[in-house]
Design a protein around this ligand. Structure first.
Ligand SMILES: NC(=O)C1=CN([C@@H]2O[C@H](COP(=O)(O)OP(=O)(O)OC[C@H]3O[C@@H](n4cnc5c(N)ncnc54)[C@H](O)[C@@H]3O)[C@@H](O)[C@H]2O)C=CC1
Ligand SMILES: O=C(O)C(=O)[C@H](O)COP(=O)(O)O
Length: 372
């Protein structure tokens, strides 16, 4: 059995070697030749699994992507070729929620606002959107939900329209890139819709870059629109529109989902799916392999408020670390992928246990994701 894995997939060799020989390759450059006589392919979002890639895949029976997004897989082709495929729904959703929380707490301090006072909208209320909603709710905010595909299934109650959502003070985009069908999302935010966003609003994009017309966003910012931008994803990765970067207050190279736990969970989920396909037990587990976090326990001695939450959130993950690395390196050729490949270890809020022996009011910190 021969299995090709993306070299940036933590713990892939440890897990998949249960089934046979594992070959780790750079995801961006896996070629058709690399898949000759290969039984299974495990990718991340940078590998386009399409006709050209599968040309010489004479034995391929399984494709797993250790990601939530699935827009890089040609699903119709995989079905036609009878190749079983899976993604890893929700694997890094907690990490994305942590990222948004960290970013908004940076902006709250810089711009002197209280998150609970803001009108917030989450657009795309699936696994990642829900994680953002729960953190912002823990900080006292009321969050509007916008998700037309969910409205189609569940009805209007509890949801707002895209136009209403775009009137919020803080707009968080968690929309997948959908390229076919009735609910396509490329350039969901057109120049007209972007222009209608309030001058003092904050726009966060943690979904896919193509969901926002990046050139239109740049044109708008160059024309003096005041909105604050938090951009983790970009059109044309790994070569984002460089002129847009200075207009983003927080800019990162598509790492919102890059907690160690999130990436490891992705590997584990496709490992389990492959074991199931082979009819073998999934004998190995990431929980036996994950390292102990640098700080794993703290005693809390005050009630929770936004300032205290900020200190704890930024102790575990301060997004300014990634923003600084991005700005320092992005002008160098190849740096977008390099920064992702060499991403510094980052743990989820849940890696820190808060001990409250004195009955302080800290329930909101647990709702933010810290462990009890
Ligand atoms: N920046 C990063 O590191 C990461 C980015 N992502 C991206 O985020 C996307 C969302 O992830 P999940 O929330 O886990 O996916 P999900 O599939 O659980 O939820 C997506 C939600 O978006 C909704 N949606 C679809 N089209 C919409 C539209 N036009 N307007 C509003 N809502 C719409 C769907 O109905 C669904 O509820 C992924 O597809 C992936 O592209 C995911 C993980 C990490
Ligand atoms: O899970 C997703 O979807 C993501 O966007 C991942 O964070 C993408 O990570 P890579 O596969 O590009 O390493």
């Amino acid at each position: 059995m021969k299995i090709v894995v993306d070299e940036n997939m933590p713990y892939a060799i440890e897990l998949f070697s249960q089934f046979g020989e594992v070959v780790a390759l750079s995801g961006r450059t896996i070629s058709a030749e690399d898949l000759n006589d290969v039984d299974a392919l495990m990718v991340r979002s940078v590998t386009q699994v399409n006709e050209a890639l599968l040309m010489k895949a004479n034995k391929l029976a399984f494709v797993g992507t250790a990601t939530i997004g699935i827009d890089h897989l040609d699903q119709a082709l995989l079905q036609q070729r009878n190749i079983t495929y899976t993604n890893a729904p929700g694997c890094n959703a907690v990490s994305v929620g942590d990222y948004v929380c960290s970013a908004l707490l940076v902006l709250a301090e810089q711009q002197s606002f209280v998150i609970a006072d803001k009108k917030i909208a989450v657009i795309g209320v699936g696994n990642t959107g829900v994680q953002t909603v729960s953190r912002l709710t823990a900080l006292g905010a009321e969050v509007m939900l916008c998700d037309p595909p969910r409205v189609e299934k569940e009805g209007l109650t509890g949801f707002v329209s895209l136009e209403q959502a775009l009137q919020a003070d803080i707009i968080c985009m968690h929309v997948p890139l959908v390229k076919t069908g009735d609910n396509q999302t490329k350039h969901l935010l057109t120049s007209e819709l972007l222009a209608g966003i309030n001058q003092d609003a904050i726009l966060v994009n943690c979904g896919r870059g193509d969901v926002i017309d990046n050139q239109a966003l740049l044109d708008l910012k160059q024309a003096g629109h005041g909105m604050t931008l938090v951009l983790d994803v970009w059109e044309n990765e790994p070569t984002p529109l460089l002129d847009l970067i200075p207009y983003a207050t927080i800019a990162t190279p598509h790492i919102a989902g890059y907690s160690l736990e999130g990436k490891a969970r992705g590997t584990q989920m496709i490992y389990q799916a492959y074991a199931q396909l082979l009819g073998q037990p999934a004998e190995r587990s990431i929980s036996d392999i994950l390292p102990v976090p640098a700080v794993s326990r703290l005693d809390v001695n005050q009630n929770a408020d936004q300032t205290f939450a900020k200190s704890l959130v930024h102790l575990v993950y301060d997004v300014r670390r990634d923003d600084a690395i991005f700005r320092k390196n992005i002008m160098k050729a190849g740096s977008f992928d390099e920064m992702r490949k060499n991403y510094l270890e980052r743990r989820e809020f849940s890696s820190l246990r808060l001990v409250n022996d004195s009955h302080y009011a800290v329930e909101s910190l647990y709702q933010l994701g810290f462990a009890k």
